[in-house]
Write a protein that binds this ligand. Structure first.
Ligand SMILES: [Zn+2]
Ligand SMILES: [Zn+2]
Length: 113
C-alpha cells in the first residue's frame, strides 16, 4: 500500500522540503535535488528536445539563484505540484515518485536491495 504525505513543510533555512508520510516516515529533500528530478516533459526531454541544455561552453550564467519552491500544492490524491522560484511549475511529483527519491539511508538501502 502506498504511503501518502501527511504533512509537507518547506524549510527555507536549510533548503529542504520535509515530508511526513502516513506511515510515519520522514523525508527531507534538498530543493536542488528535487528541481533536478523534475519529472515534467520539458525537464526529462520527453517533448523531443535535448533533456537539458548543454552547459560546457556556457556554465550557467543565468543561474543566479538556487532553486526554491514558492509553494507546493496537492494534485488530487496522488501527487504534489511544485511551483519553483524560477517560474517552473509543470512538474507533477507523484507520491510514489517522491518516496522513491527519499535520500535517507533507510530508503537507499531498500532501493539497492
Ligand atoms: Zn520540469
Ligand atoms: Zn526515506
Amino acid at each position: 500500500m502506498a504511503s501518502i504525505p501527511k504533512r509537507i513543510k518547506l524549510e527555507g533555512g536549510n533548503d529542504t522540503l520535509a515530508v511526513e508520510w502516513s506511515d510515519g516516515h520522514l523525508s527531507a529533500y534538498r530543493y536542488q535535488n528535487l528541481r533536478d528530478r523534475c519529472p515534467c516533459a520539458t525537464c526529462t526531454g520527453a517533448e523531443g528536445g535535448p533533456a537539458r541544455a548543454q552547459t560546457t561552453s556556457n556554465p550557467l550564467p543565468m543561474f543566479k539563484q538556487a532553486p526554491r519552491p514558492m509553494r507546493v500544492e496537492m494534485v488530487g490524491r496522488y501527487a504534489v505540484q511544485i511551483y519553483w522560484n524560477d517560474g517552473h511549475s509543470t512538474g507533477i511529483y507523484t507520491f510514489q515518485y517522491l518516496r522513491d527519491l527519499c535520500p535517507c539511508a533507510e530508503c537507499a538501502a531498500l532501493r539497492s536491495a
